[in-house]
Ligand binder design. Sequence first.
Ligand code: SF4
Ligand code: FE
Length: 485
Amino acid sequence: MAIKTGKEYVESLRKRRIKVYLFGEKVENPVDHPIIRPSINSVAVTYDVANDPNYEDLATATSHLTGEKINRFTHIHQSTQDLVKKVKLLRLLGQKTGICFQRCVGMDSLNALSIATFEMDQKLGTEYHKRFTDYLKYVQENDLMCCGAMTDPKGDRSLRPSQQADPDLYLRIVEQRDDGIVVRGSKIHQTGAVNSHEIIVMPTRTMRKEDEDYGVSFAIPSDTEGLIYIYGRQSCDLRKLEDAEIDLGNARYGGQEAMIIFDDVFVPWERVFMAGEHEFAWPIVNEFSAYHRQSYGGCKAGVGDVLIGAAATIAEYNGVATASHIRDKIVEMNHLNETIYACGIACSAEGYKTPSGTYLVNILLSNICKQNVTRFPYEIVRLAEDIAGGLLVTLPSEKDLKNPEIGKYMNKYLKGQKEIPTESRLRMLRLIENISMGLGAIGYQIESMHGAGSPQAQRIMIEREVNIEWKKKLAKFLAGIEKEE
Ligand code: SF4
Ligand code: FE
């Protein structure tokens, strides 16, 4: 099948019988729900760019399985060039949407599983890689949106999965049958879950022998019996119910996170990629994290571009664009943003071929990338808020602007430069508010902190990946303490 268009993707979502709850009520039609739809529109852009000849090289790839042209979001990286193109594609999409477009987690899951299932088969004589490859072909042929589900609720963090008072706090196998497995548990913070065709489940941490029921990976359609989605709240989400446009800030796109409940869900064996091989839980986590930390070098730089553009525009509207301290703040924002991107490119360019044939990023550099992402967007936001001024949080509503009695006062007193309509100034302030503290902050700040692993997770990896003994040797040689380098 050809690559889907954004429109075809949206229509394909309507065929699912998916059980979604939002504000305590079941949502009968998630596709057209005003709170959910902007996040679907963001995913649709990942389909539309693949049909745009201007972006063909970035947004499409050639399947190594079939030789067909496919959407890059379903591709398995075959070279360092593929890794670099992925980062460039994600930056482009961040620029186009100004928010999380949700489709990377599935791509990163597919790539991680292509490596881990191969290694499992090599070591254990299992047949997971063959199953995975059949599944991948299905995903590529149907151009599916996949949700990568890794994060369990985790309960008491000091206890292992099998030690928890409630054994379901990590997703687990509750029954093994001739035809498949039955699983129970939950995955939380699931980006784009409600907008996906498929849910790909992976373990969230290292597992020991006693945790083997928790060492499980599989893929199921998002409307499988027993799956329940509980939609995550976002700051200012009710504005989407106000028939607002200016007050949304980002008038076109949104992000999405949800909790998924697996209420004794059956998974047929052909969709199971790990069932009890606890020693392979860590490789899956490690490879997925490395890819997803690389992803942030693209998407966050793209959203950063939008915020920098908004800050520079509001400076113009306010009449301060030429002030030296404003120009310097814009330079600083760009410096931080390009550093994030540079790390995304660096870990890709220094990627390598694994025995499975799949290319993996340089793990140290992808962790450096994500560690920077846990900090720099906060500083970029601080500078944008500094430039924007206090009106960012004191601005009256769009309805006041449109009110025939008082709108004229807002138009008169909230005007900046005389050539610029007041409404444009207000729109730009709302966009900055959206990315820095409103609906869009989900994809820029808190996700920069915790998405793809909280800061400490990267610091553990940095310590592990750096050869500190070798660095000590370099120093000792130059200091004349040791004779040989
Ligand atoms: Fe993709 Fe970035 Fe969203 Fe993760 S946070 S799914 S990398 S856009
Ligand atoms: Fe994320």
